[in-house]
Design a protein around this ligand. Structure first.
Ligand code: SAM
Length: 254
């Protein structure tokens, strides 16, 4: 079951349980008792649905904070504005489970070092965010072709604005699972653990035998990387470099 659906079920069912307890006379009708029971109930239902552990404090705090914020008398337009801004930035993260966070300068420098110097290549950033990888790479390597695909409208617009005038860079809005990766030399991914098996399957089907898949921070489950690069930055970034088209990557025994 998708995590967002589990969260919805936990919240709604906990409200129903709390209201039924009040009706049955088992819970005092004062708001703080009802909200407290709802919060504990939501946490319990989320645990029963095997939600990730970090959902539990979110469920515990959600309704109490909602009620507390409501008492501050903030105009509803501000909530709408916050919702619109967050939606434009994070878009379908609730479904893809890949939020926006950006590769840092040392990572971009390490990627630049790994591009072959004797020939131009084609490089795609799947989920290109604000273009924080592609824009500096395209500026440093005018002989290479850089492509980005980003689904969230906010980061996409920021990247398109910054990429104006960079002729070896194109950034499209869309789902990278629906785009073709054929003919690329490097696919770069900074996503989350959730889509990595699917990324690997698509890369294996579509990439050339000598093409590389470089994953920032998230390993492909069950596949040993050809090379592991520790960036040495304060975040402890690691790059996992694979050759999905070669079919020779040894699998973990389990
Ligand atoms: C962690 S950010 C990485 C941004 C950029 N690549 C970087 O390294 O700075 C991941 C991005 O992937 C985007 N994304 C996630 N799933 C996607 C999909 N299926 N198609 C296109 N973009 C996607 C998200 O919207 C998010 O902006």
């Amino acid at each position: 079951m998708p995590p967002a659906l589990k969260a919805l079920i936990a919240q709604i069912s906990a409200w129903l349980i709390a209201l039924l307890l009040v009706r049955a006379g088992l819970l005092a009708p004062e708001m703080h008792f009802v909200v407290g029971a709802q919060a504990l109930g939501a946490m319990a239902v989320a645990a029963l649905l095997r939600s990730a552990w970090w959902w539990l404090p979110i469920h515990l705090g959600f309704s109490p904070l909602l009620i507390a914020a409501n008492q501050l008398g903030i105009s509803p337009q501000w909530y709408l504005l916050a919702f619109v801004v967050l939606s434009v930035v994070f878009w379908s993260s609730f479904r893809t489970q890949v939020p926006l966070y950006l590769s840092n300068g040392p990572t971009v420098a390490a990627l630049l070092e790994r591009l072959p110097v004797d020939r131009g290549i084609s490089f795609m950033d799947i989920g290109s965010g604000t273009g924080s990888v592609l824009i500096p790479l395209a500026r440093h390597r005018p002989d290479c072709r850089f492509v980005g695909i980003e689904s969230a409208p906010g980061p996409f617009l920021v990247s398109r604005l910054q990429a104006r005038g960079i002729t070896n860079l194109s950034i499209e809005r869309g789902d990278f699972f629906k785009s073709s990766w054929a003919g690329l030399d490097v696919v770069y991914a900074f996503l989350s653990p959730v889509p990595m098996a699917r990324v690997w399957a698509k890369a294996g089907r579509e990439l050339k035998p000598d093409a590389r898949l470089i994953s920032n921070s998230f390993e492909i489950p069950g596949v040993v990387a050809e090379e592991v690069v520790h960036i040495g930055d304060s975040r402890g970034t690691t790059l996992y470099i694979y050759r999905p088209g070669a079919q020779s990557s040894p699998k973990h025994p389990n």
